[in-house]
Design a protein around this ligand. Sequence first.
Ligand code: ADP
Length: 476
Amino acid sequence: MVRSNPASSAPHPPRSPRAGQGGRIRQAPVFSATSSADAEELRRLNWALAAYARSSAALIHSSTFEELVTGVCNAIVGEDDYRLAAAGLIEDTAGEPLRMVAGAGAASAYLDHLRTAGPELSGTGQGPTGRAIRSREPQIVRDAREEPADSPWSKRVLAHGIRSSVTVPFQRNGKVAGVLKVYSAKPDAFGAREIEVFVQLGSELAFALGILEERAHRQAAEEARRAAEERAQESLAELARAARVVSLGAFAASLAHEVNQPVAAIMANGEAAMRWLSKTPANVDEVRAALVRITRDAERTSAVVGRTRGMLAKGLGERHATDIGALLNETVQFTQPQLRRWQVRADVSVAKGLPPAEVDHVQVQQVLVNLITNAIDAMKSVTGRRRVLKASVVLNPEGLVEVAVADTGTGIGEAFADKVFDHLFTTKPDGVGLGLPICRSIVEAHGGRINMRPNTPFGAVFCFTLPPAPPQTVLN
Ligand code: ADP
C-alpha cells in the first residue's frame, strides 16, 4: 500500500478561513481554470462544486451534528460513486476510539465495522485514522490491493468493494476534533481537488460543531431556567392552594361548629314533635311548641351562616381602583403550570376602555383562581376535544364590569345546577365544596353578582359582576 501526504503530492489545500477559530464568512473553494481543463478536470470541478453546494444546504438546515454529518456524507456520496463517506468525533480522552457519528453510501456494512473498530480508530492507531489524528494532515490509501495479501484490513475493505480512501482530520480549538473518511471503489480516486473539498468540508464540520455545541449549551441553560421558573411557580401555586385549603378548613370547622348545635336541636325537636303527634290523642300544643322551637333554631342557623358570610366579607382588606383586565391576565399567568400540565389553552380577552373596579384585589384574585381551578378540574377528564379556557372582561349593558370564565369541560348536570353555590357541595373526591360559596360571598360583598350557565356546546361559564369605581378614581 502506498501512502502519501497530499502536501507532498498535491498543492496544499487552502485552509478554510474559519478553520479552528470560527470565522464568520463562508467561502467556497477556489478552483483555477487552466488551459488543461480537459473533460476529466471539468467533471471533477463540477463534482467538487456540487458536493460543496449540497453540503452547504446540509450545513444550513441541520439542527444536530448527526443530521449535519449525514447530510454532508450524503452530499459526498451523491456526487460520485464513492462507496462510503463517514465522520467521527474524538471524545475528550486521548486514546479513546473515534465515535463514528454518521455516514452514507452503499458500503454501510463497513460503517458498522467502523463503529466498533476500537483502538485502531484512535490517536494511537497505526492506520490512516491514527496517522491523520497525529499528523493533523489528510491521509490517503491509494489502493487496498497493494496491501500485503494477508493484511486483515485490506481483506475487509476489499470485501466491501473499497479500493482507496482518504481520511481528513478537522480541528476545533487547536485540537483534532474528529475525522471525515471517504472510501472509493476505484483505486487512486483522490486527487488534489477532492482532498481540497474534503478539507473544506472538514473545517465546516468543525465550525458547525462549535455552533451546535453552543446552541445546545444555550438550550440546556434556557431549559434549566424554564424548569426552575416552573418549579417556583408550581410551589407558589401549591402554597396558595395550601393556604386556601387551610383557611377553607378553618372556615368549614367554625361553620360546622356553629351550625351543629341548632341543627341538633332541630332534629331533637322534630323527633319530639313526631312523638307528641303519635300519642292518642295527639298533643297539639306540644307539637306547636316544638315547631316554634324548630323555626327559631332554623332562623338561628341561617343567622350563623349569614354572620359567617358577613365575617368573610369584613375580612376584606382595603379596596382600590383596580384594572380587572390586568388582574385577570396576571391570574391566568399565575395558573400557567396547571394549564400546561393539563394541556389547557387559555384565551384571555379584555374589552378596551374598561373602567377600573374598586375592589380588594387579593379577594377578587381568589375568586378568579377558584373559577380557573374549577374550570381546569372540569377539563382534566376531557378527551377527544380541545381543552380551552376562555376568560374575558367586558362592560355589560348595565354598566358593570363583567368577568366570565368559560371552559369546555364536563359541564354541570341540571340536577346540580342550583347546588354548586351551596356550602359543602362538591362532586370531587378531594373537594371541599366551599370554593364557589366563598366566591359568591366575596362578589356579593363587593356589590356584585355571580352566576353559572352552560357553555355551548360543552362545559360551563361562570360569570360575575363588579360595580365600576366612581369616576376620577386613581388606578391602583
Ligand atoms: P370544590 O372545587 O371543592 O368541589 P366548589 O365550591 O369550588 O368546591 O365547586 C363545587 C362543585 O361545583 C364542584 O365539585 C363541581 O361539581 C362543580 N363545579 C364547579 N365549577 C365547575 C366547572 N367549571 N365545571 C363543572 N363543574 C363545576
